[in-house]
Write a protein that binds this ligand. Structure first.
Ligand SMILES: C[S@@+](CC[C@H](N)C(=O)[O-])C[C@H]1O[C@@H](n2cnc3c(N)ncnc32)[C@H](O)[C@@H]1O
Length: 158
């Protein structure tokens, strides 16, 4: 199996320079705003994005600790398998956030509800399409037990 070597298409600028106290997901990031700075070579790829209210950002969790296969996630008190969590210290430290798209400019996007550190490298942008991406009411494993209502990060993964 060959794996492509991915190159960032840009970076996200956010208000967060330290993980401690920052939101753990866009759902808890309320008015935290950011900017996706896209490498000019990819400008044409932003065409038609303005009609979407939300976009997926796929990015490198570049400041994460070495991978762990079992972690105690922010919202739980029990150890869980890494692939049953959204914790950053993953074998491939890829982050996925559905953020609000406020405005599209030539080579940058204004966004809100950001949960990533400043200068996080972005690998891809995709439109959020409810008919593909929304499954209201489905089971969500240990999340459904609401073990800990934590909405802000601490230093456990960095
Ligand atoms: C729980 S992860 C969730 C990220 C994404 N929404 C996901 O589900 O893949 C978000 C936390 O990762 C940490 N984080 C954010 N950006 C990071 C980065 N670039 N490198 C390492 N850790 C980061 C912060 O503690 C933040 O609160």
């Amino acid at each position: 199996m060959t794996t492509p070597l991915f190159q960032p298409i840009g970076v996200v600028r956010t208000p967060f320079t330290d993980v401690v106290g920052m939101p753990i997901q866009p759902a808890y990031a309320e008015d935290a705003r950011g900017v996706v700075e896209v490498v000019p070579a990819y400008q044409a790829g932003l065409r038609d994005l303005a009609g979407f209210e939300r976009i997926w950002l796929i990015y490198v969790l570049h400041a994460a600790n070495d991978a762990k296969l079992v972690v105690t996630p922010f919202r739980d008190t029990q150890p869980r398998g890494i692939f049953a969590t959204r914790a950053p210290c993953r074998p491939n430290p890829i982050g996925l956030s559905c953020v609000r798209l406020l405005a599209v400019h030539a080579t940058h996007l204004e966004i809100a509800e950001v949960d990533m550190l400043d200068n996080t490298p972005v690998l891809d942008i995709k439109p959020y399409v409810p008919v593909y991406d929304a499954f209201p009411g489905v089971r969500a494993g240990w999340f459904d037990a609401q073990a800990a209502d934590r909405r802000r990060a601490d230093a456990r993964f960095t």
